[in-house]
Design a protein around this ligand. Sequence first.
Ligand code: A5P
Length: 231
Amino acid sequence: MNQVEQNAEKKAAADAAAKLVETGMIVGLGTGSTAAFFIEALAARIARENLQIKGIPTSERSGELAKSLGIPLTSFAENVRLDLTVDGADEVEKGTLFLIKGHGGALLREKIVATSSARMVVIADETKVVERLGTHESVPVEVTQFGWQSTHMKLGKLGGTSSLRLGNAGKPYVTDGGNYIIDCNFGPMGNPKNFAEQLDSIVGVVEHGLFLGIASEVLIGKQNGTTVLKP
Ligand code: A5P
């Protein structure tokens, strides 16, 4: 699939998700190129139908995009529960709808927003669907800057390979929360819950990109429509 076809699939999923938004909703706005299509489609509906919603963005950049398109924003200071979150994913495991997220660097806010939502709808193109999580992607792990070398060593004991994510000019990538990310490549995971438990137990780990049992449904964009995956 070329880039144009992939973008068409992302947009198809994003457009279908935008139709799920109803007036009065507090909506979580995901991060990444697919979520950006959703934010654009939502802004178009707001303008066309005078939909009354408020968004909570999962990253500074999604917040900037939403603001630039006129989507009203709110925060957890005003709303601790969201009705619906729409976000992309880096991998979706068929059957379980377990996800790997965080290659866009926003996993901490994404997980807070998703787990505060009554419904989390994932939007993706077909390339994201795998039989086993970890087939193509590493698991991003957000860690504190303080002592990251020690946390890195502990992560290494889980097996596989891991590396500190670098950003501009070869400097460590810094998340919106001021943390670093260590990308852990475990390969295809037979038991992602086991990895999640182990990651949760490591001091210095702020959060990880295994989203297990969080997605309510996944909309896979196709050249001519969307397929809905339910757990
Ligand atoms: C952001 O941190 C990630 O969780 C994204 O949801 C993910 O990287 C998907 O991005 P694309 O929609 O650009 O593939």
